[in-house]
Design a protein around this ligand. Sequence first.
Ligand SMILES: [Zn+2]
Ligand SMILES: [Zn+2]
Length: 259
Amino acid sequence: MLIDTHCHLDFPDFAEERDALVARAAEAGVGRLVTISTLISKQAQVKAVAEAYENIWCSVGTHPNHAAEEPDLPVEAYLEAANHPRVVAIGEGGLDYHYDYASPEIQKPVFRRQIEAARLTGLPLVIHSRSADDDMAAILTEEMGKGAFTFILHCFSSGPELARVGVDLGGYVSFSGILTFPKSTELRDIAASIPRDRLLVETDAPYLAPKPFRGKRNEPSYVAHTAAVLAQTIGVSEAEIADMTTQNALRCFSRMPAL
Ligand SMILES: [Zn+2]
Ligand SMILES: [Zn+2]
């Protein structure tokens, strides 16, 4: 069984066919899904998806590209949002310097408050980091010094140095369909260097469909294609990668019940 550790099932892209999509995932061996929040102001809709299916859980958080929409939420707002049986993570929070929806000065405190929420709840923080390797490595290192927290570098597409720092700090590294693209040679090299007990797989659906669906709308069943490439990359069988990444996900998302 595989777990899609990161998808966005509350997005309107999926509204009409969520049942069919969850069924297709199950047929492809993707038995559990984590649907990820991008705004605390929209937490009700991700929670509604998680409540509607016994094999879907969710996170609560503020995406860096939405940081300017809720820049001043106190840590308590995240703690309160997390106090729900289907919530297994904080985030996705982080830094995105590729887009310019919010300045770094707005993104950083919003990110740090979500780190504090992860620390206080014991839930893992789902981290989105794009074109921000140096600041991300610095903040993670500094914050870890203030007190431990668990985190996932989701949809990993950064450089080897941030991967190394993340692993050294005890983090998990999650790979998406980007891993399957022919030009992602450096990314596959990074994947091969990650300790096996830190590897996760995800779709980030509706974005970033893996080969052979590249350019189409992504969906959780496709995570099997990313897992197959990850298996090949680190030299294990597809059954082994499924077992490995599922055990890692259950350890990381510790509020999710055992199988
Ligand atoms: Zn993201
Ligand atoms: Zn996402």
